[in-house]
Write a protein that binds this ligand. Sequence first.
Ligand SMILES: NC(=O)c1ccc[n+]([C@@H]2O[C@H](COP(=O)([O-])OP(=O)(O)OC[C@H]3O[C@@H](n4cnc5c(N)ncnc54)[C@H](OP(=O)(O)O)[C@@H]3O)[C@@H](O)[C@H]2O)c1
Length: 323
Amino acid sequence: MNTIEFANTGVQVSELCLGTMMFGNRCDEAESDRIISASIEQGITFIDTAASYVGGETESILGRILQGRRDQLFIGTKVSETTDAAWIRQSLDESLTRLQTDVIDLFMIHWPRQQMDIPAMMETLNDAVVAGKVRFVGCCNFPAWLLAHCNAVAQENGWAKLVCNQIPYNLIERGVEVEILPQAVAEKIAITVYRPLLMGVLAGKYQPGEPIPEDSRGYTDKRAADWLARFGDGITQFYQFAADRNLHPAQLAVAWVRNTPGVSNPIAGISSLSQLQASVDAMQVDLSDEEYAEVTAMFDTAVKEESGGKFVPLRRATDLVAS
Ligand SMILES: NC(=O)c1ccc[n+]([C@@H]2O[C@H](COP(=O)([O-])OP(=O)(O)OC[C@H]3O[C@@H](n4cnc5c(N)ncnc54)[C@H](OP(=O)(O)O)[C@@H]3O)[C@@H](O)[C@H]2O)c1
């Protein structure tokens, strides 16, 4: 497993991050334990979770199954619901208790909210770092300008800055190519990617034109059927491209994400141990520029902009600031 420096923190983490949103959901505690053991064996040191997963039960499971191995891992969790200072403090303490740890490596704001008090939010996050409850702070789902705004407030006050942005990114959902990935490159923000498999739709489990398998997330989440209907031709080509190269479709999908400049860590959102290997193997797949372009072209999903001309590529350029 490759390791990389997480943003500019000086801390090394595994390139592949293990997502735990299915722990206590589609996989029980025993299977979660097996997934954690196998992940550590494969060199994964970065674990992603959130206070909101299964109403806190996912963190509680992690707290139990990480006993004796917590120190080997870099654990990120999130405060959901609101960004109010009192709630951030309460949610953090609850996460520390459930995770049975004294310190959280990465504490993230899960979603932006309306009418956020940014100075109060950033001061509260900084207080958590100063108190030693948190090593680094970050965010998820933040537009580029909002992350820059938060870090400008932090800079003015000498507070801890947001070091990462966790965002959805895959061959179908490509909005972050505009401004978020370029910002990350210029400012050394770590980009951790959720939904790299489009909830499994790019993992070979679903066949365009066929019924949704009952043992899949797509059976209860209707987005899968929508994506299959809209992108079925591309998905069929994508499966063929993978088969021609002896790659698992999930391996190719995660590899495409990791080959995008600006992406730091794809997050493997597996729901059973048998699904782990394809994402681990993706870390060994370096697509050539031609292969990357060929796979990308299977889906007409680049963000459409009306302006045309020179402005469109500028919003995606990752080389505007000297490195
Ligand atoms: N910050 C945020 O707002 C946010 C939001 C969502 C997720 N996340 C994080 O990101 C992680 C990943 O998100 P995600 O679960 O939506 O990602 P995903 O990778 O797009 O989807 C994971 C699903 O793909 C299927 N899958 C995975 N590997 C497979 C394989 N080898 N073969 C066949 N199917 C495979 C499984 O579906 P089945 O279960 O149907 O088999 C699995 O549940 C989560 O665990 C969580 O930590 C963060």
